[in-house]
Design a binder for this molecule. Sequence first.
Ligand code: GLY
Length: 567
Amino acid sequence: MGAAKNLILVIFISLLTISPLLHAKIHEPVRATNGMVVTSEKLAAQAGLNVLKNGGNAVDAAVTIGFALAVTLPRAGNLGGGGFMLLRNAPTNEIIALDYRETAPKKATETMFLNKEGTPDAALSLNSYLAVGVPGTVSGLAYALEKYGTISLSQALKPAIDLAEKGFIVSQELATSLSTYKDSLAKHASTKQVFFKNDGNTYQAGDLFIQPDLATSLKLIAQHGIKAFYQGELAEKIVAHIKINGGIMALTDLATYKPLVRKPVQGTYRGYTVYSMPPPSSGGTHLIQMLNMLEQYPLQKMGATSPKTIHLLAETMRRAYADRSTHIGDPHFVSVPTQELTNKLYAKKITQSIKQNKASLSTAIKAGSPESFSEKHDTTHYSVMDKWGNVVSNTYTLNTSYGMKGVVDGTGILLNNEMDDFTAKPGFKNAYGLITNEKNKIEPGKRMLSSMTPTIVMKEAKPFLVTGSPGGSHIITTVLQIISYVIDHKMDIATATYAPRIHHQWLPDILSLEKGINTDTIQALKKMGHKVEEMPPSGAANSIVFQNNVFFGLADPRRLDGATLGF
Ligand code: GLY
């Protein structure tokens, strides 16, 4: 009897001990076994899921999502912008890096964004029609579909056409975003016509939002293919609108635009193989460089958000972003030491200057010499996996929210302001506070430096993790932390996505922390010499992990409209 009493007591005490865990908010990934899409907007996610359910592959779904987001997520989804798609083609077991980044128009010049005093004028590089790079999205998505998809371009466009023509109910997130940018959107009559109602307000949550001009543009592409956009009626409208408003893009810029297939950058991290985007994005190169640096430390033992781990992450980021400022540009125009920057020996060399308990000063850190070894920021990322092992990791953008804010008259198409990602003048900052130099100077036909980091991680030659994020300069550090949380700290993808993020980009010399890092840790970091600041939510990683034949996904809760859909 006494033993039984003791047993009950032990069970009671155990229950008390674990009850906080039972009540704790545990973030669960969404599970599926046949296929999954993870995006920052639910209607586009549903369109992608329908494609998978109807037997389409991951590329079919990804291209469908890309066009649908141009309708439902106008701040970043686009026809008038560009991006990067990393895809795994299961039949050949190849990883392909598709670069559909914008190019500088042929009339672009090195000094086009300098004012009379010779200093960069952000109003020109961000808000004028000079800011528009030659858009690559339509051509890039169509290329991926033709080469690796199974459905036709018109099938992939159908959900987008329906969403534009029949309209959709505006979410709170879209309403808030439109109202945030109300003043700058209202500066363009053509933009006002799309995003404002007759009463002079932007669309509100619950309103039906119809975009008839955009529907017509999408139908033209469905009928005539990409020619409609690059040579036909739409090309003429785009060029005429830009010209009349002081821009320099010409018909020949559109007619000669081509997406490029590149070899992904590749590295390893604690036994996993990491593939990501090569230049002109800096994302993949610096992701692998930082992973090589972090691999030298026992991060798992140090703990996920401990002062030691955050210090090492920050020092790693500081050094990689110093290199970014100097070494990367469009490889068709300048030599980029990608191999050297992603070499493990180079990582070993630069980590020698990291002190275990003391922050470096960014002014004392310069870009290394890898040759010695052999606005609110808006972009959107989505990930797709299918049951055949095809994987798509796609990040595309208009640059800042709604790009340069101008809609091409009569088309519903918003234009990017990607030219701001070039070096307006060596040593000066762009919209993300990033400093770049000579290698990224403006040249006709050149692609501007990017941070987009669509990534696929493989384990024993099988897809394991697909991830990526928006966030301008925060993209690379967000992807880095998702990988580290999953691989070093063994978190499931939901916990890894919710976990607080940090960011350091060399200059300004600030360690930015999301809410959720405890006060003792912040004090310890300050004691090491870090200049710590709280930052708003950083990035929006939409990721999927594939393990034991199950897809585990999560749309980043930092964006309210995200959706993780599988079947
Ligand atoms: N426009 C932001 C980026 O490409 O990094």
